[in-house]
Design a protein. Structure first.
Length: 222
């Protein structure tokens, strides 16, 4: 397990259409979406609360998530670059009270036999969940392998300033047996690393393995 990441190294691989690249990510994505929906049902006021994204509320973040899930790579690129900022018409038409139901509907679809979700879809869900955990202490638990897979995907596609960090340092998860990047080690929690690579946080703070959660129980968030 400790060297599984060497099979997915950082590289200058082509960034073409990867919409067909899928793995066994539908189940963890579905379970995490359901957990996010449960948090929003329990605390509807969170929809108006802030996120780690400047001037973006939780409600707007969820609408962006619903819009981006399953979208083609070029649409995601346009949204990531800021060329597209508004939610899709179908998502824009949803009342705030319907957002949790929309998340559960997507979760149910991913639980269907043969359902497929890409690592990018999983990464979008993980980023929203980690944001909620960091800003509002939402009680999520994410498997270290999931965090590691998302971190690797984000690192390969990263831009400045994230790209400059992962080419100069190795970001090492203290609560999971994975790392991304090259160079001197910078140890931090998997959550901090993923949030940084997703553009939702600063360079991960140095952490001590002794202070991190037991990796066997997943990355405890909240």
């Amino acid at each position: 397990m400790s060297d599984w990441a060497r099979f997915l190294p950082l590289s200058n691989r082509d960034r073409g259409d990867e919409s067909g690249a899928v793995g066994s990510w539908a189940r963890p994505a579905a379970e995490l979406l359901q957990a996010v929906a449960a948090v929003l049902d329990a605390q509807p006021s969170l929809l108006a609360a802030a996120t780690l994204r400047p001037e973006v509320t939780v409600g707007a973040d969820v609408r962006d998530l619903l819009t981006r899930l399953g979208s083609p790579w070029y649409v995601r690129w346009a949204r990531a670059s800021g060329a597209l900022n508004s939610p899709s018409p179908a998502v824009a038409a949803l009342d705030d009270a319907a957002l949790a139901s929309a998340l559960r509907a997507r979760s149910t679809a991913w639980k269907a036999p043969g359902a497929r979700a890409s690592i990018r879809d999983l990464g979008l869900v993980v980023a929203v969940a980690l944001d909620l955990a960091a800003t509002h202490e939402a009680p999520f638990a994410i498997d270290p392998l999931v965090c590691g897979a998302v971190a690797l995907d984000l690192a390969v596609r990263s831009r400045l300033p994230q790209r400059s960090v992962v080419t100069a340092r190795s970001l090492v998860a203290t609560d999971g047996e994975w790392r991304v990047g090259r160079g001197p080690e910078l140890a931090s929690t998997g959550a901090a690393i993923v949030l940084f690579l997703a553009g939702r946080g600063d360079v991960p703070p140095e952490d001590s393995p002794e202070d991190s959660p037991d990796a066997e129980h997943g990355s405890a968030l909240g």
